[in-house]
Design a protein around this ligand. Structure first.
Ligand SMILES: Nc1nc2c(ncn2[C@@H]2O[C@H](COP(=O)(O)OP(=O)(O)OP(=O)(O)O)[C@@H](O)[C@H]2O)c(=O)[nH]1
Length: 175
């Protein structure tokens, strides 16, 4: 699938409560922010990178504070409205994006990397399904959404990816 028809989305809302401050702006050992790393990881694989769920980016849909699915829904609607086939997602707390992941994920239906549900591929046509899912009470869980759409799970054995939830996770990267 051509890069020109793929949107990249960095899910970047939430409370960073375990980290203790806005983790998107936390500095990596090279002096760049986590969110800069997340954007740079997606950029070679997509035509445009959007940020979902923070000031200056796309507002979550249908409302803020619904968790990462609100950010994904904003990205899916942007994709649908602007002629993208689908969306590759990552989190602002995931500084590494595997270069061979898009080829493994992109296909007919949605797909995620095993144990990393925010590293996914989501066809734009899923937007109405996610609207419906989020309109149902207590349906913010990603597992429920993955079950609903029958997402494929891709395995990349031996791949270990940092996920920054606490300040110690960042400190471990430098050591
Ligand atoms: N757009 C959007 N992204 C979110 C939202 N909640 C979490 N995220 C993103 O999803 C990823 C995983 O978030 P978590 O670490 O589970 O949650 P968090 O609220 O950021 O952090 P904690 O408060 O420590 O749980 C991160 O990249 C977050 O920025 C949300 O409501 N909207």
């Amino acid at each position: 699938m051509a890069t020109g028809r793929i949107l990249g989305a960095v899910l970047a809302g939430g409370r960073s409560s375990r980290f203790g401050s806005d983790k998107a702006l936390a500095l990596m050992p090279d002096g760049r922010t986590l969110i800069d790393h997340a954007m740079a990881g997606l950029a070679p694989h997509v035509a445009q990178v959007v940020i979902c769920g923070r000031a200056g980016g796309l507002p979550d849909r249908p409302a803020p504070d619904m968790g990462p699915l609100g950010g994904l829904n904003a990205a899916l609607h942007h994709a649908l409205a602007h002629g993208f086939d689908g969306v590759l997602t990552t989190g602002c707390d995931m500084p590494l994006y595997p270069a061979d992941l898009p080829v493994a994920l992109i296909g007919e239906g949605a797909a995620i990397l095993k144990d990393q549900q925010l590293l996914g591929w989501w066809p734009a046509t899923l937007a109405p399904d996610l609207d419906a899912h989020l309109a149902e009470a207590n349906n913010r869980s990603i597992h429920g959404w993955l079950d609903r759409i029958g997402a494929r799970v891709v395995e990349m054995p031996g791949l270990v990816l940092p996920n920054i939830n606490r300040s110690a996770d960042l400190a471990n990267l430098s050591s």
